[in-house]
Design a protein around this ligand. Structure first.
Ligand code: ZN
Length: 107
C-alpha cells in the first residue's frame, strides 16, 4: 500500500488506522475524534453501538507486541507506534469490547 502524506499524518495520530477491523464482519474501523475530543475508532457496520476507545485498543496492541518480544526497546513513544504496528500486525480484529482483540501477525 502506498501511503499519501495525509494518510501518514492520520496514521501518526491513529496508529491502528487501516489495521483495525470488526471481528464480526471484517470491515475496517475509521478514526474518529468524538465531540469531547477523545480519539476513537468507529465501525461503519452495526456490530457495535459505541465507537472503540483508541487509547485502549492501541495500548492493548502495544502490550501484545511486547509480550511477543516485538518491542525491541522499552517505552517506544506513541509517535512511533504506527510504524511498529504496521510492521508487526496484519490486522487487529476487535470484538464487542475494546480489550477483546484478536491479532493477525505479519509473517
Ligand atoms: Zn461489523
Amino acid at each position: 500500500m502506498v501511503l499519501t502524506a495525509s494518510t501518514e499524518q492520520l496514521r501518526a495520530e491513529y496508529p491502528l488506522c487501516g489495521l483495525l477491523v470488526c471481528a464480526s464482519c471484517d470491515l475496517p474501523l475509521s478514526p474518529l475524534a468524538s465531540a469531547d475530543g477523545e480519539r476513537c475508532y468507529q465501525s461503519p457496520c452495526g456490530c457495535r453501538l459505541r465507537p472503540v476507545d483508541a487509547s485502549t485498543v492501541e495500548r492493548v496492541t502495544y502490550e501484545a507486541l511486547a509480550r511477543r518480544g516485538l518491542v525491541r526497546r522499552q517505552d517506544i513513544p506513541r509517535s512511533g507506534w504506527a510504524t511498529l504496528f504496521v510492521r508487526a500486525v496484519a490486522a487487529v480484529r476487535v470484538g464487542a469490547v475494546p480489550d477483546e482483540l484478536m491479532f493477525a501477525w505479519q509473517t
